[in-house]
Design a protein around this ligand. Structure first.
Ligand SMILES: [Zn+2]
Length: 89
């Protein structure tokens, strides 16, 4: 069983992607963030960066300001996982 694969014509150039650098919609996850709310106080969440450089969602509630970790791209919106925001938004 010899199979000659000389004609490997796999082309990776043709990725179906909007050639958008700096498009009007910064993140495709914007709508997700829009419906996410802080489980502790119900305020909106904003993108933030934890002190260790990892992404997090920061509650915009003044009295709350909990920061929730994002693990493998999935926001962990649990009050017990939230920490007082120490990073930057
Ligand atoms: Zn909150």
């Amino acid at each position: 069983m010899t199979e000659d694969r000389a004609g490997d014509q796999t082309v990776h150039e043709n990725v179906h992607e909007d050639a958008g650098q700096g498009g009007p919609t910064a993140s495709p996850d914007a709508w997700v963030r829009d419906i996410l709310r802080c489980p502790a106080c119900g305020s909106a969440l904003a993108d933030g960066t934890a002190v260790d450089g990892s992404p997090q969602l920061v509650c915009q509630g003044q009295a709350c300001a909990l920061a929730y970790p994002i693990r493998d791209g999935i926001p962990v919106l649990l009050v017990e996982e939230g920490v007082q925001s120490e990073g930057t938004v």
